[in-house]
Write a protein that binds this ligand. Structure first.
Ligand SMILES: [Zn+2]
Ligand SMILES: [Zn+2]
Length: 312
């Protein structure tokens, strides 16, 4: 028997690849209708065989994207509409805004693989992201979470990015901040007097050299500015303390990877799991004695705050 249901979901369901997931699920169970973001969450209308609809409802809960959290689900049965296809509709923006927006998510392993692959078109591209990772909260100007409502609206996608964005089988299907070196933002390095020093790959190389020289840099990253310097350089650390007027409070140290952290800190399996979690938090762990880290990082302490990069 055919049925037509309207499902209203609330929770962390925007910016987590939920609509593409629903789209693929509807196709899998031969259901027609649509999915749309609204200011409360996600609305789905599906029409098809009752047994397929039941399977769809189960999969909606059990196979949902890793970052999605459904807080509530309301289902309403409607008269048959005769939908011919399943589509992702443009969002509605009326009504009170209640949707839960996810925080920025650290770069996922698949994106990291592309980032380090010389044959990939996003090789060493610092703004790489996909449906499962990248900025959310930082780039949203208003709801619902769609590209025109984010700071990415300035960047028109190139044909390759556009194709990924529109392909339901691509992991960047409807990834709102989708970008590449051709069409997306790029990095620039400025002197403190706002004079431009360099851009793109050159800016990255210059930054590394400046850090090695013991300079302090402000990196405009996801979520705000981040002051960085070489944690093994006493002079740089002391100068950062003076400038931040931060007496003896410890600094957190960013490491390249978990192997590097293990050379500087004695961590448990549990601590390792937290360090590697998608939020990439600062974790206070037991530091190893006699490393080349500056004593000024965490004076008089045998503990150290460590974390991994949360964006390239
Ligand atoms: Zn990713
Ligand atoms: Zn592009």
């Amino acid at each position: 028997m055919k049925k037509h249901l309207k499902i209203h979901l609330t929770g962390a369901v925007q910016g987590v690849g939920f609509r593409p997931f629903v789209y693929n699920l509807a196709k899998e169970y031969n259901l027609n209708g649509y999915v749309i973001n609204d200011t409360h969450g996600v609305i789905i209308e599906i029409e098809g065989d009752e047994k397929d609809i039941n399977q769809f409802l189960i999969s909606l809960q059990t196979k949902k994207p890793p970052l999605a959290h459904i807080f509530s689900q309301e289902i309403e049965e409607l008269p048959l509409e005769g939908y011919k296809d399943f589509e992702i509709r443009k969002s509605e923006s009326k009504g009170k805004k209640e949707v839960f927006i996810l925080p920025d998510i650290s770069t996922c392993n698949e994106c990291l693989k592309e980032l380090t692959d010389p044959h990939n078109r996003r090789y060493r591209y610092p703004f790489i992201n996909c449906t499962n990772c990248g900025p959310r909260f930082t780039i949203i100007e208003k709801l619902p979470y769609d590209r025109p409502n984010t700071t990415m609206k300035k960047f028109k996608m190139c044909p390759d990015c556009e194709r990924e964005y529109n392909d339901p089988n691509d992991r960047r299907f409807h990834a709102q901040p989708n970008a590449c070196p051709l069409c997306g933002p790029h990095i620039s390095l400025y002197r403190s007097n706002k004079k431009l020093i360099s851009e793109r790959e050159k800016a990255l190389k210059d930054t590394i050299n400046l850090l090695k020289e013991g300079k302090i840099l402000a990196v405009k990253g996801i979520g705000g500015f981040h002051l960085v310097c070489d944690a093994t350089n006493d002079r740089a650390i002391n100068s950062l303390r003076k400038r931040k007027r931060r007496g003896e409070k410890p600094f957190a140290v960013m490491f390249k990877d978990i192997q590097q952290i293990k050379k500087y800190a004695d961590i448990t399996d549990f601590e390792e799991a937290i360090i590697l979690s998608p939020e990439r938090p600062v974790v206070i762990v037991k530091s190893m004695p006699h490393t080349d880290l500056s004593k000024g990082v965490a004076p008089y302490l045998d503990k150290i705050g460590v974390f991994l990069p949360y964006s390239p």
